[in-house]
Design a protein around this ligand. Sequence first.
Ligand code: SF4
Length: 245
Amino acid sequence: MTVWNPWHGCTKVSAGCRNCYMFRRDSKYGIDSTIVRQTKEFSLPVKRNRQKEYKIPTGEVIYTCFTSDFFHEAADEWRAQAWSMIKERSDCHFYMITKRPERIAAALPPIGCLENVTIVCTCENQYWADRRLPIFLSLPLPHKEIIHEPMLSNIHIEKYLEKYSSEIEAVSVGGESGEGTGIRPLNFGWVIETQMQCHVYRVPFRFHQTGSILIRGDKVYHIPREEQESQAQKAGMDWDPGIPA
Ligand code: SF4
């Protein structure tokens, strides 16, 4: 797995940002996370080794901008160059998550330059799903996914799945990671309900991590970071209409 963080830093926009891991990690080192700045690895996708080959091999999925938001306004001046690198590396796939779908339309590259990019809109509760998804799903993007992470409530997205089921490539769910007070739990019932919505509209579903606190029935589970993905996998909730059960 390759991570490319062309810029670092962000500003909080909604409830899902409250315990942002990037802010928590920076605070340990006295770094002001609200200052968005280019990183030293800005040009990583096009870096070459001594043999003049790209350092990132062909076919790699490149997780992009995981310590910022690719569509943050403070990065407007750098984004064209980032798109240009993404276009040059059409042999790799770029995967980015945003809470700012209202900024995407004005920040897109020319048509035809997004075939190797998946943009994921994250919606942590019903309020933000109803504000972000109508904007996001109406955009002419070749690869779109929805994620509820950290999922903070039950969320109904049936009307979006019904209208855009052929365009939404996946819906995924995850809890909130972190330690100490203030970490919000994930209720397994919300996971089941989201999976059922995906079943009805035949959209692939993934439960990719539990977060630190999982409520299942009347039990509360505290799950260490290193087990949050494997515990989600053990729940057996992933579903793809293209793969027979
Ligand atoms: S948008 Fe993402 S990176 Fe930015 S503050 Fe919110 S959670 Fe953190």
